[in-house]
Design a protein around this ligand. Structure first.
Ligand code: SF4
Ligand code: SF4
Length: 397
């Protein structure tokens, strides 16, 4: 491992930890696995020991032995068993930017060849197929064929005002494909001049962050920027919070960007979406990357409450305190059992509200929660916000 993957600020911040252990109490990975060593406080202690042991001066000062490969591998395994939900960072009373630290450790482990080898799949898939599932990228917009009415342009226009950046999960995962279908139909009905990028869209690069592979990111970013530029678009919209967050934090600010919940709320405010009564009681799950990550808490709630007939009941842990669904941080690839255990906790919390459906604003959350309820035959509907709005569209006579 190499200390160069950490900024000086991060090394200083770690020293501020008071060992209060609040981060361990709220960690979904620690509670679902009942393993305290998956929580932030333990991970940081482990990291500090390793960093000190490999720095000559500090080694002499603290008298630490260099850790052996077994010790480093054991540490590496705990690092990747984390959903990167950011709840620990949100709650830390001394303000340690823990999520950034988790990214840095993953990068360090990759540079030191001490990472779970399943991560190589992300590198290979993105290099060879430009999507995270190793699917044919030419088929990125094939879901369009499942729409009720497909215009001649198939939503692949040469130029448009708005680009809808679909993201890998919605493009390829059958259950999640209902989300782009719903969004495209709403946009069409509202008269938005939009296009997809189709085969020209490459993965946004978000999986690289969690995999410690950001060295590959520049090429991906440059490609995606160039294809949006060619469309002459001024705005890029995303139904996926991870794509949105990636563009918000790591792409140059050349275009206006918006998450679908914000964009649709804007259309609703200007009465461009014709809605009818939808009598339902729903609860809302804040996706980690949209809520804590991008601070978008109100737009989805306002959009839900703008649908006539809808009753919104809040989860016990909502907004900044939302509990992760288990789908983040590439955890499903590393430890599918732990990911499902975290989903179980989430679904149990949802069931306690008595709502008939849980609405969220993320295709990965939809995918994780649906997989859990289907496998366990739980009667609960999981909907993305685009699907809920689509369901409330005024039907043509
Ligand atoms: S990011 Fe989430 S899962 Fe990871 S250590 Fe923090 S609270 Fe636990
Ligand atoms: S919440 Fe912050 S200060 Fe408290 S133990 Fe965790 S990292 Fe340390």
């Amino acid at each position: 491992m190499s200390n160069q993957d950490y900024r000086v600020r991060q090394l200083i911040e770690m020293e501020a930890c008071t060992n209060c252990q609040i981060c361990a109490e709220i960690c979904p990975a620690a509670s679902a696995s009942r393993q305290g060593n998956l929580s932030a406080v333990y991970r940081m202690k482990g990291l500090k020991q390793i960093l000190r042991s490999r720095t000559g001066l500090l080694r002499r000062f603290f008298g630490k032995k260099k850790p052996g490969d077994d010790e480093l591998n054991a540490f590496g395994n705990t690092v990747f068993r984390c959903t990167l939900c950011g709840h620990c960072q949100e709650i830390c009373p001394v303000g340690i930017r823990l999520k950034e630290l988790w990214f840095a450790i993953r990068q360090d482990l990759v540079h030191s060849d001490l990472y779970p080898k399943k991560i190589d799949m992300i590198r290979e898939n993105l290099q060879e197929s430009h999507n995270v599932f190793a699917e044919d990228n030419q088929e990125r917009a094939e879901w369009v064929e499942d729409m009720r009415k497909v215009p001649d342009h198939g939503y692949l226009k040469d130029r448009a005002e708005v680009v809808y950046f679909t993201g890998c999960v919605a493009a390829y995962f059958p259950l999640a494909q209902k989300i782009p279908i719903a969004l495209a139909e709403i946009l069409d009905l509202s008269g938005v001049n939009f296009t997809l990028l189709g085969a020209e869209e490459w993965c946004c690069g978000f999986p690289l962050l969690g995999a410690g592979l950001m060295d590959m990111f520049q090429e991906i970013m440059a490609h995606n920027i160039e294809v949006v530029r060619k469309k002459g678009a001024r705005k890029v919209i995303f139904a996926c919070p991870s794509c949105y967050q990636m563009w918000r934090e790591h792409y140059p600010r050349e275009f206006e960007i918006a998450h679908a919940s914000q964009f649709l709320m804007g259309l609703m405010k200007s009465n461009r979406i014709p809605l009818q009564e939808l009598p339902m009681t729903v609860t809302y799950h804040d996706p980690c990357d949209l809520g804590r990550g991008s601070r978008i808490f109100d737009a989805p709630r306002q959009a839900i409450q703008s649908i006539p007939g809808i009753k919104l009941v809040e989860l016990a842990r909502n907004r900044e305190n939302s509990q992760c669904c288990g789908g983040g941080g590439n955890l499903e690839m590393i430890d599918a059992k732990l990911s499902a255990e975290i989903a179980k906790q989430k679904i149990e919390e949802v069931m306690r509200t008595g709502a008939e459906a849980v609405v969220t604003s993320c295709q990965q959350c939809v995918r994780t929660m649906i997989t859990y309820v289907k496998r366990n035959r739980i009667s609960l509907e999981i909907l993305d916000i685009t699907q809920l709005i689509h369901r409330a569209l005024k039907k043509e006579d």
